[in-house]
Design a protein around this ligand. Structure first.
Ligand SMILES: Cc1ncc(COP(=O)(O)O)c(C=O)c1O
Length: 427
């Protein structure tokens, strides 16, 4: 394997913690700690916080770096604390008519459900679409069939678009099964039908190369593949789509907001046309500086190189699991991987093993210093640009060594009782 896209030495990794769960929370690079400390040093002496360099400069640099990550324009970026807050901004600002509809895949992470469900009192319907045969979610999540290479989730979504559908809202990479949707195909179909494609991109940002063609909005938090602390992310909006949204209405949403030669109480001002109109107010400079540092690192490494590296590690891990209790799922995942259907989450389906088995497996991993996660019937292993082949081999050794747990007959006979239990929390 050639040089790693991200040097592991940039992170505070140790041999007792092999972290393969940036799909929950990514490790922050050491440089993030340095910039946070430097910024707090300034805050101790507020006369050192500079108006242009910090108050305006940090958010502007972050918007530019976020735009570079997505291949977009800085003026289309709005800083937003989380994926949820970004989607809420779109949901609350959109010009709805009673009877309008938001369409979404079945089993979205709640960040991409509650903002739309909250519109019920305004007469807006939220409709979920199963993406493949046997796809289930909610209390039936553990009884779901997993996605397969021959599944065609895009066609199901496109065919489900109805006369009142205004927005199709979906995760680019799904949090539980790791399936990556074809945004360009969906974008073209949405455009043809006058529907807006709104994307929750948090499980792909930083590990999958982006293409904004055909999208109306893209939301992400910074705390997963973008390797930053929780609480700072961004929203990208297409210029024309943004003009249809209500602005946030903060003191910074208007022209000349920081020109103090003009009385701040002069409310005769135009709304800003760029992404700042959708921001939530004064920027969180501490968090913006850490996300900025992480984005510089990721853009420097180049996302296509990270994605290619992750795919190599995934293929290698699948090869190592060919003759284990996971064999029935390995071929399914291999075909998905070869078809370009996966992001950085390799999600092994429990295939009837049930929550107890997966929980014991996870705990066996913790004891060996391997930290993976379980969500809704899937054991998730998420590689990033700093993982090595040796890391992959260690994950393989854990899973191969857990054959007794996977094949435990008690667990199998007991599993029917637990088919409908919910998410197992991993930490
Ligand atoms: C697909 C998806 N969207 C959103 C989130 C959470 O995003 P935020 O906390 O930034 O709102 C998660 C977290 O697990 C997720 O997997």
């Amino acid at each position: 394997m050639s040089a790693l896209p991200l040097n592991p030495a940039l992170f505070h990794l140790d041999k007792d913690h092999l972290w393969v769960m940036h799909c929950s929370e990514g490790p922050v690079p050491r440089a993030g700690m340095r910039v946070a400390r430097a910024f707090m040093q300034k805050e101790l002496r507020p006369w050192e916080v500079r108006w242009e360099e910090d108050f305006q400069g940090i958010p502007a640099a972050l918007r530019a770096e976020a735009a570079a990550l997505l291949g977009g324009r800085p003026e289309d970026i709005s800083l937003s604390p989380t994926t949820s807050s970004a989607l809420v901004t779109v949901a609350q600002g959109f010009p709805w008519e009673p009877g309008d509809e938001v369409l979404a895949p079945l089993g979205e992470f709640p960040s991409n459900a509650w903002p739309w469900l909250a519109l019920r009192s305004r007469g807006v319907r939220f409709r979920e679409v199963p993406l493949w045969e046997g796809h289930r979610a909610g209390v039936e999540a553990w009884a779901s069939e997993p996605p397969r290479a021959e599944s065609d989730p895009e066609t199901r979504l496109i065919e489900a678009i109805g006369p009142r559908t205004r927005i199709l809202a979906l995760s680019w990479v799904r949090f539980q099964d790791g399936l990556k949707l074809d945004l360009q195909r969906l974008g073209v179909a949405c455009k043809d039908r006058g529907v807006h494609l709104v994307v929750d991109g948090i499980q792909a940002a930083g590990t999958v190369p982006a293409n904004l063609e055909g999208l109306s909005a893209f939301a992400t938090g910074g705390h997963k593949g973008l390797l930053s602390p929780q609480g700072m992310g961004f929203l990208w909006t297409d210029e024309h789509f943004r003009q249809s949204l209500s602005p946030s209405g903060t003191w910074l949403s208007v022209e000349d907001a920081t020109d103090f030669s003009r009385p701040s109480t002069d409310f005769d001002r135009a709304w800003l046309a760029d992404g700042r109109a959708l921001e939530p107010g004064g920027p969180n400079l501490l968090q913006a500086s850490t996300l900025l540092e992480s984005l510089r690192l990721i853009n420097g490494a180049r996302v296509p190189a990270i994605a290619a590296h992750v795919a190599l590690l995934q293929a290698r891990l699948l090869d190592a699991l060919d003759d284990t209790g996971w064999r029935s799922d390995v071929e399914r995942l291999r075909l998905l991987l070869q078809g370009g259907r996966l992001g950085s989450i390799l999600a092994l389906h429990h295939s009837g093993k049930g929550p107890e088995v997966l929980d014991r497996l996870l705990k066996a991993g913790y004891r060996q210093g391997v930290f993976a996660s379980v969500r809704e019937g899937y054991l998730r292993v998420a590689f990033h640009g700093y993982h090595t082949e040796a890391d992959g081999d260690r994950v393989a050794a854990w899973l191969r060594g857990s054959t007794a747990i996977v094949d435990d007959p008690w667990s199998r006979s007991d599993r029917a009782r637990h088919d409908h239990t919910g998410i197992l929390q991993s930490h």
